[in-house]
Write a protein that binds this ligand. Structure first.
Ligand SMILES: [Zn+2]
Length: 213
């Protein structure tokens, strides 16, 4: 099982018949990965951590941290807590096939965190359950490096968000043409809500909140 970075939507995917499973664009296996410069141009710069979230998805880690960047939102799986502290030699790795064994080795922890989340959610959630990773915001091309470290990392460009829905701790980000993102805030949701709304309104005025059903 091999994950590739789709250069169209910046999602890590397993191509289906040479197409991205998230945005449907063609993926040419012989294309090199986007350069750190190209990624930095599209992702912008790191701004702040907004909180712990659970992404509703099946194939990759769900629990992690949600960050705001100048050009989008970044999801960093909890399992990568020390990723930036490690020695990072730039190597395009998206065509390397051992990602899956890496993910599988991390699943037990993800499952455990999932269980903890359900047990301690709502009023009993404690941010200490998920210690945020230490991130050196001075690292050059930080977002590009984070994205290329692991297929569980997700970046959502502001320009792809067409609409969003929010009800308390539940968020849905509709993207065009990429797949819709559903996420659930695990900690304090009111402050998260304020910051998300101000970011979405400020950075992409064309997006519009719609009532949750
Ligand atoms: Zn794609």
């Amino acid at each position: 099982m091999t994950f590739l970075l789709c250069r169209h939507c910046l999602g890590w995917v397993e191509p289906i018949q040479h197409r991205c499973a998230l945005c449907g664009e063609m993926i040419d296996l012989s294309d090199p990965d986007p350069s750190p410069d190209v990624l930095t141009e599209r992702m912008g710069f790191f701004e702040e951590r907004m909180g712990a979230v659970q992404l509703l998805r099946n194939e990759l880690p769900q629990i992690g941290h949600w960050y705001r960047a100048t050009k989008g939102f970044l999801f960093l799986p909890h399992e990568l807590r020390n990723v930036v502290d490690e020695e990072t030699n730039w190597k395009p790795q998206s065509s390397v096939g051992d990602w899956w064994s890496l993910i599988k080795s991390m699943m037990p922890q993800a499952a455990l965190i999932d269980w903890l989340t359900h047990r301690f959610n709502e009023n009993h959630w404690n941010d200490a359950l998920l210690t945020p990773p230490e991130i050196d915001t001075q690292t050059p091309q930080l977002l590009a490096r984070l994205l290329m470290r692991h297929p569980g990392v997700l970046f959502i460009e502001h320009t792809t968000i067409s609409q969003y829905r929010n009800r308390k701790r539940n968020w849905t980000l509709y993207r065009s043409p990429a797949r819709t993102i559903h996420l659930r805030v695990l900690g304090e949701w009111r402050e998260f809500q304020e910051r998300m709304e101000s970011t979405l309104k400020f950075t992409h005025p064309g997006s519009a909140p719609v009532e949750m059903l």
